[in-house]
Ligand binder design. Sequence first.
Ligand code: FE2
Length: 720
Amino acid sequence: MIVAGTGNLAQMTDSDIYAENVSGAATTDRVVSTDGTTWRYLDNNTKPAAGWDSNADFDDSAWSSGKGSFGAKNGKIADLGSGFVPNVLLNQYISGTSNDVPVYYLRTKFDIDDVDVSQVKEITGTVLYDDAAVVTINGKKIAGFDDGSFDENGYGGSNAGAPKTGTVSAASDGIDIGSLNLKAKDNVLAVELHQGRANSSDIYIDLKDLTVSTVLPQKEVRDVSLQIGADETKRNLTWLGESGKASYAQVAVKPSGWKEGDEFPEASAGKYRADQVKSGVSGFYSNKTVLKNLDEFTSYIYRVGNDDGWSETYTFATQDLGKKDSFSFLFAGDPQIGASRNTENDTKGWVNTLDFATEKFPQTSFILSAGDQINDKGDSEESQYQGFFTPDELQSYALALNEGNHDSGSTLYTAHGNIPNVSFLGRVDSSGKSSGDYWYMYNGVLFMNLNSNNRSTSEHRAFMKQALQANPDAQWKIVSFHHSIYSAASHATDDDILERRSELPRIFSDLDIDAVLMGHDHCYTRTYLMDANDPQTSDSNSVTDPKDGQVFYLTANSASGSKYYKYNNDSLTDFIALKDQSNCPTITNVEVTRTSLTFTTYFTDTKEMPVLDSFRITRTDTEQKAEPIKISKEKIRKVKAGKKKISVSYSKLAKGVKYQISYRKAGSSKWKSIKSTRTSKTIRSLKSGSRYKVRVRGYKTVNGKTCYGKWSESRTVKVR
Ligand SMILES: [Fe+2]
């Protein structure tokens, strides 16, 4: 008998059971064990009469008797491999032949003493077997192991080397416990053990334990992931759970002296109900919620689930929230768990990188992933997501996802993500297999994560304009997405990459983006500052006061080491300031202050983390930028009428100022406008013979705000 500890009390759902527990009564009864149970068994290649597996009074007096384990290796007691030595020798061969006995029959009886038989809700146990086994209680099957098909003699099963481990979970596996007709006394437990084939070298069975329980086992919670919130005072949370009932995150300020393993302080915890939908993972629901109003410099503990089962308790800490304008985050390239075809190894590399990086930068604010979290997007590939979420850091530091080509197009991606301010712009699918572009503010910095699987540049541009408009005071603007447009390896000459390269940089320059962080090419590449597609070459590791439109691009290598690409000799290299393919995992630490962005990339194969490269952008004109911008009044230099057109030229204003040219037909009060970055412009498609008025002014957009200079005097001309 096993008495439930007090730790389980909060997990019971049924109030009667709860009461029973408080009084200290048993909830489980272990009814079978290797050492405690004596079996009758038949190993002479005969089939027992009907009722052997269901009738408590069946006459088994002629059968052999013993305690497990049972088996043979080449007819003798010997190790089957990995230390499995049978306690009782089964007769391996059919008498007078060298052929194996195909089927063995074992039976025993058990009583249920410690719990009320009518209250049993689950039967669990462990069976070691070689090569197949069927387990019944009172004649009803509760579990089968490799029992898919047997030949006419009864041979079949896995033909494994060493015995395999099977788990009994009758109710969870859909067995109706009521149909087993459990009694307080003399339940018949029977096992049919099958040999794999006539010339197999071994046979083995050990029913190690069988336990009846009046409570259902805990429902599983997995893939708990803390994710970036809409701003620094929020954290998003997502997890998969077996329970379909209302599920919650419970969050509390970490009590002083609280340590791992201590009970969760439920009474002092805030409770956040999750939005829940069925996930693509069979038997699991996807749960999402948002933790709000977090305080700075505070340690929190949390757990997720409900009374069907809670996760373990996790911790996270907040840093300075916006007051001192300085923080850091980690940027990780394609972990792509499963890419090496060895999920375990890839997971190990990913765990190492995050362990080393957070040991060096324990106060990191979040981890930005370049996308391709996993390798295979099929719904059966949940094991790769389990590998991806294995590092403890992903429960205690917020993760900001990007949607890679390996992620996109699967409900598993959306089930595992909880993304703030997500737009319908940037989606590639509206049926839940893709997220759109999204943004978040962190301590005054605007982050825009684009879904580059969507190749509509106009959608991304529209999204960024919305995000910039919503955050006009952003001190820095950092874009990230998966498909690097400036990289040095295999993907650098892909058609889809060249297409993105021809369109996106102009947009980033126009929108005054400071830095763009990317992945996909599994090779480190840092560019010169780029004005649209023009490299502003310089050999230095830093730049002070980049000019308007100059953007820094960085492509990460893999953070897990699951896959590396070779340099691409067919690719343009004029944009590359530094590239590295050391076939070694890396991570980039980004330090953000009001006046600087520093990108330092480290090798993470050892915890010393040698530096691969560092680049800094410094701004000295922050104060000036905060001042209102003064733009001089524009002056028209020349206006020339042409056939259905007017050409106008005007004075150059200050650096970075663009020009708005407006015109109207004589007699009309409505001005029409066009824009230009140059000091001359031709207005076309005008009406022959009509008179037009033309005027020009300068304008400039800083931190999302547009300031205008005064209009020039207007000039009137007649179009030919
Ligand atoms: Fe990729």
